[in-house]
Design a protein around this ligand. Sequence first.
Ligand SMILES: Cc1cc2nc3c(=O)[nH]c(=O)nc-3n(C[C@H](O)[C@H](O)[C@H](O)COP(=O)(O)OP(=O)(O)OC[C@H]3O[C@@H](n4cnc5c(N)ncnc54)[C@H](O)[C@@H]3O)c2cc1C
Length: 296
Amino acid sequence: MHQRTVPCPYFAPQRIEEALEILSKYGKEIRVIAGGTDLLVQYYDRLYEIKGWLDLKNISELKKIRISRNEIEIGAMVTHTQLEKSEDIKKYFPVLSLAAADIGSPQIKNRGTIGGNIANASPAGDLLPPLMAYEAQFRLLSNRGEVVVPAEEFFIGPKETILKTDQLLTQIILPLPHERTYGSWIKIGKRKALVIATITLALVVKMAEDNKTIKDVRTCLGSVAPTPIEIKEIRKKMVGEKFNQLDFNKLGQIVEDKISPIDDIRGTREYRKDVAKEIIINALEEIDSAWWRSYE
Ligand SMILES: Cc1cc2nc3c(=O)[nH]c(=O)nc-3n(C[C@H](O)[C@H](O)[C@H](O)COP(=O)(O)OP(=O)(O)OC[C@H]3O[C@@H](n4cnc5c(N)ncnc54)[C@H](O)[C@@H]3O)c2cc1C
């Protein structure tokens, strides 16, 4: 006897408003799909059942990077390749551009999107520490209205976010950094190609007018906790200090003491703690040399 198959609804609207309408009508019954590089792997692994699809591929509004006087808005469907190649991203947010360049393979970079990386909320998502370090905010839209949330409030656990089933992540908003902002991106993984991160670091340091005193700093790590995290103690220790008087080793130690990563196939807890200390020191050294170059 043949089993009757129920058709799975598939929508590919051209406008955000239509997408919101579909989400409000179907809610939990439908799954948003962007590049599909996370979702399809999970679907084929039968991690869950999907009853219908809302494909964002035709919404051109979500594929734009827009720059204004104070901020840049990145559409959720902007791909990793677009992020890597964008001159504006390279100029103002080099750490984000480098992180996008480090993702998977060319095929994954061409399909995978910033919105998918965020909404998937893997603790190893490469774009998440840079976005936190640049103080990104996420615009979430639904038929109930708009909410703009800071990146650090969005992630609540591995693959868990505050996103409701009727909400769409539409844009990522980044305030344009002022001059004398320095950054470093480090990704440690096991394989050469298609590396899933064992640990990642995005460090962004802003200097005061004198270009010597630290005005602000964000030290954001991936794969050391259930969500990407900022080590706020580093901020407390560094702000107001002269950069050339910092003790890099001490700062590395603070990070090592502060994190409590898990053991998994990609690395033990102890290994991750040691590596975290090392990469903080390396990142500070990298910023140190960029900072010296700014005097040349
Ligand atoms: C071989 C391989 C290598 C990879 N390497 C890396 C790597 O090096 N680094 C890394 O970080 N990731 C890597 N990934 C994971 C993946 O490619 C990225 O996370 C990618 O950014 C996901 O984007 P996507 O558009 O494909 O998302 P999708 O798979 O389409 O969606 C992911 C999730 O986000 C939701 N979603 C997507 N867009 C929205 C939106 N606008 N609003 C609301 N919800 C949304 C979907 O419903 C789904 O739950 C790899 C994946 C593969 C298969």
